[in-house]
Design a protein around this ligand. Structure first.
Ligand code: FPP
Length: 243
C-alpha cells in the first residue's frame, strides 16, 4: 500500500546508509496465501519496489540494489521464467520515464548471456542510456545475477589479462566486479522470514549489516525500509576491529 505520509523523523539523518540492498522475497507465497497465481505476487511486488524507491529518495539513500532475477531462477517452471522475463521488461518499459523524472539512474549487474531475451537486453540498454546522468539515486537491478558467477567472471577477466598471481589482491578482484562504481552495501534487507543470502552480492557484502524481516515482499513498503534502517542505526559497525 503506498504510504506517502510516513514520517522518517525518528531516524538519524546523519547516519543514513549510502547503499541498501534488497532481496525481494515472498512474492509467490504472498499470492499462494490468497489463492492467487504466483504471478500476482510479482505484480504486487512492483508496487512494493516503487514505494521503497520513493522512501529511499526521501532519505537521500544514494544506492539501492534489488535482486530481480537470480542465476538460479532459470530452474523455475518454464511459465514462471517466461513471465518474469516479460515482467521485468515491462517494468523497464513502462516505469523508466517515471524513474528518470524522479532522478533515478538505472544500472544492472549480472550476466548478459544467451538466455536473456533480446527484448529485455534492449530495454536494459535504453534504461541505462535514458537515466545515465541522474544523480539522486542509483538503482542497481541484479538481473541474471549470481554472486559466485560475478566472482568467476572477475577471475576470468583477471586471467585474460595475465596478471601475475602474486600481484592479485582483494583490490584486483574488486576492480573486476560488474559495477566499478557501486559502493559496498551498508545494509542488506531480506524479506519473507528466510535467513539466507542466496548468492546476492557475495563479495560486496563482507561487512554489510543484515536485516531479516518476516514481511513478504508485496507487503513491504517504505515504513519497513525505515524500520530496517532504524535497526541498522542501532548497530555498531566494527569492520573486524576493536572499537
Ligand atoms: C521473489 O519472490 C521475487 C522475484 C523472483 C522477482 C521480483 C521482482 C520484482 C518485484 C521487480 C523487478 C524490478 C525491476 C526494476 C526490473 P519468490 O517468487 O521467490 O517468492 P516465494 O519465495 O514466496 O516463492
Amino acid at each position: 500500500m503506498p504510504t506517502d505520509s510516513v514520517d522518517p523523523g525518528y531516524l538519524d539523518m546523519d547516519r543514513i546508509p549510502r547503499h541498501v540492498g534488497c532481496v525481494m522475497d515472498g512474492n509467490g507465497r504472498w499470492a499462494e496465501q490468497r489463492g492467487m497465481a504466483r504471478t500476482e505476487g510479482h505484480a504486487r511486488g512492483e508496487h512494493a519496489l516503487f514505494d521503497v524507491i520513493e522512501g529511499a529518495l526521501e532519505l537521500g539513500i544514494e544506492w539501492l540494489s534489488v535482486y530481480a532475477f537470480s542465476t538460479e531462477n532459470w530452474n523455475r517452471p518454464e511459465d514462471e521464467v517466461r513471465f518474469l522475463m516479460n515482467f521485468n521488461r515491462n517494468i523497464l518499459r513502462s516505469r523508466c520515464e517515471e524513474l528518470n523524472q524522479m532522478g533515478v539512474r538505472i544500472r544492472f549487474v549480472g550476466r548478459r548471456d544467451w538466455r536473456v531475451p533480446k527484448g529485455v537486453v534492449q530495454e536494459m540498454d535504453e534504461a541505462i542510456e535514458l537515466t545515465r546522468c541522474n544523480k539522486r539515486l542509483t538503482l542497481v537491478v541484479a538481473f541474471n545475477y549470481g554472486g559466485r558467477a560475478e566472482i568467476v567472471d572477475a577471475v576470468r577477466k583477471i586471467a585474460e589479462q595475465q596478471i601475475p598471481a602474486s600481484r592479485i589482491t582483494e583490490r584486483t578482484i574488486a576492480r573486476h566486479l560488474y559495477d566499478q562504481e557501486m559502493p559496498e552495501p551498508d545494509l542488506i534487507i531480506r524479506t519473507s522470514g528466510e535467513y539466507r543470502i542466496s548468492n546476492f552480492l557475495l563479495w560486496e557484502l563482507a561487512y554489510s549489516e543484515l536485516v531479516f524481516t518476516d514481511v513478504l515482499w508485496p507487503d513491504f513498503d517504505r515504513r519497513d525500509l525505515f524500520a530496517a534502517i532504524a535497526q541498522y542505526q542501532d548497530r555498531h559497525r566494527r569492520f573486524g576491529q576493536v572499537q
